[in-house]
Design a protein around this ligand. Structure first.
Ligand code: MTE
Ligand code: MO
Length: 319
């Protein structure tokens, strides 16, 4: 998320970012080392030498785009995850020691089934799918990411929300010992996000646990994060520890920080500009400065699946 205006970013910061990613560091830090991948029965097990375990039984999906996905290197080194720092390279650089296991997810609020679940138990009822989605950040850049995840609708239905539940609220882990960015006050912690029940049960919404067929890297939100491709990237809350079915609209982190700049809905909308920049166009990461500029589409191009959710809303007011 852009907090600094571009003019406030010193050229030295930009240089240090691009210099940092020496090939060897990248390979050492694990990622997908290629070649000898270890298949692991245990969903999401991280191979001790830092490689990411391969996920099994992944179904294809007709919701996937045919656009070319970004490289794993782009996806795992150009990140927003303020708990690990504010520069794009910070999450990669500062999350390698992060422990996505053991991991507990609390399900709370207006639902028949609630409780605290170990991550593996939480995942057991659900089937994995690959979803290759465009991701449009509110900062006007985009990527194409081959997620592996489970439909959020399946998860919501599994916990049987009652008629009082109108929203689903999510929270990220809040552990300053593992997340150096939490010592700063860039946002109010924990990071919070939320969706209406109708949004959460839309077939496009997923909880992602993998990328490129392997377990999701820490910097992308291990062990589990939200992906809502028709919304700006900041809705895609990472490293989720709590799912709460609420009757009232939950507070969300970027909206609390700057309500005039970041709305609750955060639907991608090229016609509603951010107060400090245009949302009409976007830069595709990895495609080159000139080749990568193209028009931003309403709902990030996913309108056929989601436009009906907002037919009674003034999208300028409910941005
Ligand atoms: N907990 C948490 N989740 C977060 C963020 C964050 O800072 N903290 N950044 C958001 C923003 S602004 C974007 S664009 C996406 C980036 O996801 P990616 O790094 O996997 O591409 O994560 C979102 N989820
Ligand atoms: Mo973002």
């Amino acid at each position: 998320m852009l907090i600094k205006k571009p003019a406030d970013i010193r050229p030295s910061e930009i240089t240090s970012e691009s210099n940092y990613l020496k090939r060897r560091d990248f390979m050492r830090a694990g990622a997908i080392a290629g070649g000898s991948l270890f298949a692991s029965g245990a969903m999401g097990a991280v191979i001790p030498d830092g490689r990411l375990a391969k996920l099994a039984s992944i179904a294809k999906s007709s919701f996937s785009t045919t656009e070319t996905p970004n490289s794993f290197e782009d996806i795992s080194t150009y990140n927003n995850f303020y708990e690990f720092g504010m520069r794009k390279v910070d999450p990669f650089e500062n999350s390698q020691e992060f422990k996505p296991r053991p991991w507990t997810i609390e399900v709370a609020g207006h639902a028949e089934k609630t409780g605290r679940y170990d991550f593996d138990d939480f995942m057991k009822p659900f089937d994995l799918e690959e979803r290759i989605y465009r991701m449009r950040c509110v900062e006007a850049w985009s990527m194409v990411i081959p997620w592996v995840g489970v439909p959020l609708a399946d998860v919501v239905k599994h916990f049987k929300p009652t008629s009082k539940a109108r929203y689903v609220a999510f929270e990220t882990l809040n552990d300053p010992e593992q997340m150096p960015g939490l010592h700063g006050r860039s946002l109010k912690w924990p990071y919070r996000e939320g969706l209406t029940i109708a949004e959460a049960t839309n077939p496009l919404a997923i909880l992602a646990v993998g990328i490129y067929g392997n377990v999701i890297p820490n910097q992308n939100g291990a062990p589990i994060r939200l992906v809502t491709p028709w919304k700006y990237g900041f809705k895609g809350i990472k490293s989720i520890v709590k799912i709460n079915f609420t009757a009232t609209r939950p507070k969300t982190s970027w909206n609390m920080a700057a309500p005039r700049e970041y709305g609750f809905y955060a639907n991608v909308n090229p016609k509603v500009n951010h107060p400090r920049w245009s949302q009409a166009r976007e830069r595709r990461i990895g495609a080159g400065i000139f080749a990568g500029k193209h028009e931003t589409l309403m709902f990030n191009g996913y309108g056929e699946h989601v436009a009906h959710l907002y037919k009674d809303l003034n999208l300028r007011r409910n941005f």
